[in-house]
Design a protein around this ligand. Structure first.
Ligand SMILES: C[S@@+](CC[C@H](N)C(=O)[O-])C[C@H]1O[C@@H](n2cnc3c(N)ncnc32)[C@H](O)[C@@H]1O
Length: 264
């Protein structure tokens, strides 16, 4: 699948995704994934940052609140429009632009750091995206990204629950089947049934890679690996937000930080 088709899927998702995520239904993001990502992030105050695959911009705003000078890019025009509207209403100094991670419209070395929250596994040709990120970073700059954990969220995953509905185990299959835009259809699990009525599920093209493919791409890109984490919900988070309790059984997300050597 090519970027144009990926962009069309996300364009169709954008309005509802924004509505539901801003209403607090992206619980994995808000209760676990973004806090863990920010906890792992080095100080970014005063740095020039790029957020790749920014969606409706909530996470970009978090980075701007850490005093970074943010630019953000996404392939879906409606995400960029909705993010710009929020920026106009409540400015954080963020520059939002339409664009494709395969062909970043920026000069070499333009950024001190790049982030990608849950977007790289949704992009075709990740090898090229990594090269582009490497190019737009200055020497010594870093790239931090989160993805669906390739080992624990392969193309087939089934949560095994006990009689109380608690996750006890996870059944996994098709790990070695790398996918090229295989469409997954779903909605945030915490959306109440009355709000789901008549809402078409999101259609998300996935580009699953095995862990060894990810590591091979990273090594080939010239980055060095700096940090590698598998966030797990705390007991308190799991109690407050039961939807994320399954990350206490096996991880769902993988967080990686890469560093561009100073000399390049
Ligand atoms: C799962 S969403 C994550 C959005 C946001 N980062 C967040 O955490 O809320 C994945 C995003 O990647 C974007 N995306 C997919 N392919 C892209 C590409 N080739 N270039 C730029 N953005 C892309 C999608 O439009 C979508 O906004």
């Amino acid at each position: 699948m090519q970027s144009a088709e990926v962009g069309a899927c996300w364009e169709a998702n954008a309005e509802n995704w924004t509505k539901f995520s801003r209403a607090g239904y992206d619980v994995y993001r808000d209760a676990l994934n973004t806090p863990a990502f920010l906890d792992m992030l080095p100080s970014i105050a005063g740095l020039r940052g790029l957020d790749l695959g920014c969606g409706e911009g909530t996470n970009t705003r978090r980075l701007a609140e850490c005093k970074a000078r943010m630019t953000a890019i996404d392939i879906a025009p409606s995400f960029i429009r909705l993010a710009q509207e929020q920026e106009a209403e409540d400015p954080r100094g963020i520059r939002y632009m339409l664009g494709d991670g395969r062909d970043l419209p920026f000069a070499d070395g333009e950024f001190d750091f790049v982030t990608a929250f849950m977007s790289l596994m949704d992009m075709p040709d990740q090898r090229r995206v990594l090269q582009q990120v490497f190019r737009v970073l200055r020497g010594g700059g870093f790239f931090q990204f989160s993805i669906l954990h390739p080992c624990f969220v392969p193309p087939r995953r089934k949560t095994i629950r006990d009689e109380k509905g608690d996750c006890r185990a996870v059944e996994l299959a098709d790990y070695f089947d790398e996918t090229d835009g295989r469409i997954e259809t779903w909605l945030f699990s915490t959306i109440p049934s009355e709000e789901r009525e008549g809402v078409a599920p999101f259609r998300v093209p996935r580009f699953h890679r095995t862990l060894s493919t990810w590591m091979t791409m990273i090594v080939a890109s010239g980055f060095s690996l700096e940090e590698f984490r598998e966030p797990m919900a705390s007991e308190e988070a799991a109690r407050l937000y039961p939807a994320v309790a399954d990350t206490r059984v096996v991880p769902i997300f993988l967080h990686i930080r890469l560093r561009k050597p100073l000399s390049r």
